[in-house]
Ligand binder design. Structure first.
Ligand SMILES: Nc1ncnc2c1ncn2[C@@H]1O[C@H](COP(=O)(O)OP(=O)(O)OP(=O)(O)O)[C@@H](O)[C@H]1O
Length: 224
């Protein structure tokens, strides 16, 4: 369903060209859970941004469900992102003037849903993730693990096909990391395609396919 075919991507920085990905190939099947490792600066976040349609590629093809996304313009890519992609980040930027349920409801309110409908859906999502007790909490009172669950609820509220997670457990202690990982595995078992960028090999071990970015290319690790 996700296919990157001979992709190249460079950035220009102060007149200097930085080649990040070159002849980069990757196929991710629907419902797969994969990890992406690689040293700092190897291009992991760039890859997630390309999959999300936030970064254009220089050469090659990006295919999503038989659609050539690399030929689409910014407006079409924004629609694609809104409908298909959920992002989970290390420190999810929750809005601290809104409480937990309002934060989770927000992506629906940016769409067509009324506030009442959005809050109803958010309530359901919090219940699905067993965090109804956080509903009315102010986000600045949440622990790291609680904030991450709320971030996950917000990423899931529009029922995206693909979850892109950039260091989802990076700032958590060992026990909380395990709980969040179990939640990601659970979501994958429910059919979500997951792409997890991580520095942590214990996170990568949870994934059925493991990859590493090295010298701009994608290298497959041994199967679990
Ligand atoms: N918008 C940009 N403009 C210029 N250079 C960029 C831009 N985005 C990324 N880069 C450069 O591209 C390279 C890859 O960056 P990227 O953030 O994808 O790496 P990463 O593997 O995610 O790193 P880390 O593990 O440290 O987060 C780096 O050298 C970075 O400085």
């Amino acid at each position: 369903m996700i296919k990157l075919d001979n992709v190249s991507k460079s950035f220009s920085n102060k007149g200097q060209k930085i080649k990040v990905l070159s002849n980069f190939n990757l196929k991710i099947k629907c419902g797969e859970m994969i990890s992406i490792m690689g040293r700092s600066g190897s291009g992991k976040s760039t890859l997630l941004n390309i999959i999300a349609g936030l970064e254009k590629i220089d050469e090659g093809k990006y295919i999503f469900n038989n659609e050539k996304l690399s030929s689409k313009g910014p407006a079409e890519l924004a629609v694609f992102r809104r409908e298909k992609i959920g992002f989970i980040l290390q420190n999810y930027p929750l809005i601290d003037t809104k409480n937990v349920i309002e934060n989770v409801a927000l992506p629906l309110q940016y769409g067509k849903a009324s506030k009442k409908e959005a809050l109803k859906q958010a309530k359901k999502m919090l219940a699905n993730l067993d965090i109804s007790y956080l509903e009315n909490k102010s986000v600045d009172t949440l622990s790291g693990g609680e904030a991450q669950r709320v971030g996950i609820a917000r990423a899931l509220i529009k029922d995206p096909e693909v979850i892109l997670a950039d260091e989802p457990t990076g700032s958590l202690d060992e026990d909380t990391e395990k709980e969040i990982l179990d939640l990601l595995v659970h979501l994958n078992n429910q059919g979500k395609t997951m792409v997890i960028v991580t520095h942590d090999s214990s996170v990568a071990e949870k994934c059925k396919s493991k990859y590493k970015i090295e010298n701009g290319r994608c290298i497959k690790g041994e199967a679990n």
